[in-house]
Design a protein around this ligand. Structure first.
Ligand code: OGA
Ligand code: NI
Length: 349
């Protein structure tokens, strides 16, 4: 690569620091508990991690290592293909599922290429952003025809991600003092998707990012990162960017915007970003656990009191997601929809 496209250059205040902190990392939680007493401890640990960090890693999560390795291997094979092969499954405005390498985060280009696939095939979303328009559309996956093993590995992995996410959702519900299954009904016809990420080596790692700083818009994210590392989380305690050290076989979990709203900000969705480096390529696979398109997201009644009134007005998840998918397809010149647009004014007392 010769000259680097200026679209990749981060504004000075958002450029990464190449000498990063790795001290005081995010909590590591062992999900393997059999007794009731152990479950109580686990719930307390999850609650503390959600509250203090918004991020944690899990081990003994029950996802078979081969299931993960098969999808990781298929993703490597997919991205190693020539550009014209990858472009055969390229996304377009009508169906934003598939391959692309031009994603913008906060209107700066990310140093990455991705393949997006929905877990339910097809996945149902509103056809337009207009609340009066009840029309729906179907997102259909584009499978690379020459790599049938990718589809097979994906389906197996997606099933495991659904199981793990429901387990985490039950633990998070308990940690908020709710019934174990309080949140599961929102996910019957869920709109979850999996992104295969490839971050190629980058000649300007001090100026660009693999993914610019952002929060995840869904309920929960379950991320598999490889051994290279690069994910940074904004530490709530002091606002420092801290690197998440790769832990073999672990998954990284983070609270998304929807849990922030459901919990009425008991838990917050935390900013994160991805650094790239000039020598090694990196792969990662986030699973974004998202509710049905029809869900109206709002603070749960059990968590709203006179002392802590609802901090958000209800918004429709399907239209929120449609807005995101459209605005990262083309640069609309403005930031895309954010939950703070639904934040209610603090009443001054
Ligand atoms: C994302 C993300 C992190 C990573 O895709 O939303 O935060 O390590 N990815 O790839
Ligand atoms: Ni993210």
């Amino acid at each position: 690569m010769g000259e680097v496209d200026p679209a990749f250059i981060q504004p000075a205040e958002h450029r990464p620091n190449l000498s990063f902190t790795e001290a005081q990392g995010i909590p590591l939680i062992d999900l393997n508990s059999s007794s009731n007493a152990a479950t109580e401890d686990l719930v307390a640990e999850i609650g503390a991690a959600c509250k203090n960090w918004g991020f944690f890693q899990v081990i003994n999560h029950g996802v078979p290592p081969e299931t993960r390795r098969k999808l990781e291997a298929a993703a490597r094979r997919f991205f190693a293909q020539p550009p014209e092969e990858k472009r055969k499954v390229r996304r377009d405005e009508a169906n934003p599922q598939g391959y692309y390498d031009t994603e913008l985060t906060k209107n700066v280009r990310d140093w990455k290429e991705v393949l997006d696939l929905t877990v339910k095939n097809p996945t149902i979303l509103p056809a337009s952003l207009d609340p009066a328009d009840g029309e729906l559309r179907q997102l259909v996956n584009r499978w690379p025809e020459n790599l049938p093993e990718l589809r097979e590995a994906f389906e197996e992995y997606a099933g495991e991600m659904e199981k793990l996410s429901h387990k985490l959702l039950r633990l998070i519900s308990l940690s908020l003092g709710l019934q174990e299954n309080r949140l599961s009904g929102f996910f019957n016809d869920h709109t979850s998707f999996i992104r295969l990420n490839h971050y190629p080596p980058c000649p300007i790692p001090h100026l660009a990012l693999g993914v610019g700083r952002h929060k995840d818009g869904g309920a929960l994210t379950v991320l598999a990162q490889d051994e290279v590392g690069g994910l940074e989380v904004k530490r709530k305690a002091d606002g420092e960017w801290v690197r998440v050290r790769p832990t073999p076989e672990a998954f990284i979990i983070n609270v998304g915007d929807i849990i922030q709203v459901w919990s009425n900000e008991e838990y917050e969705s935390v900013e994160h970003r991805v650094m790239v480096n000039s020598e090694k390529e990196r792969f990662s696979i986030p699973f974004f656990f998202n509710p049905d398109h029809s869900v109206m997201v709002e603070p749960l009644k059990e968590l709203v009191t006179e002392q802590s009134p609802a901090k958000y007005r209800p918004y429709n998840w399907g239209r929120f997601l449609t807005n995101r998918k459209l605005s990262n397809f083309k640069n609309l010149g403005v930031d895309n929809v954010q939950i703070h647009h639904f934040r209610l004014q603090e009443s001054s007392s």
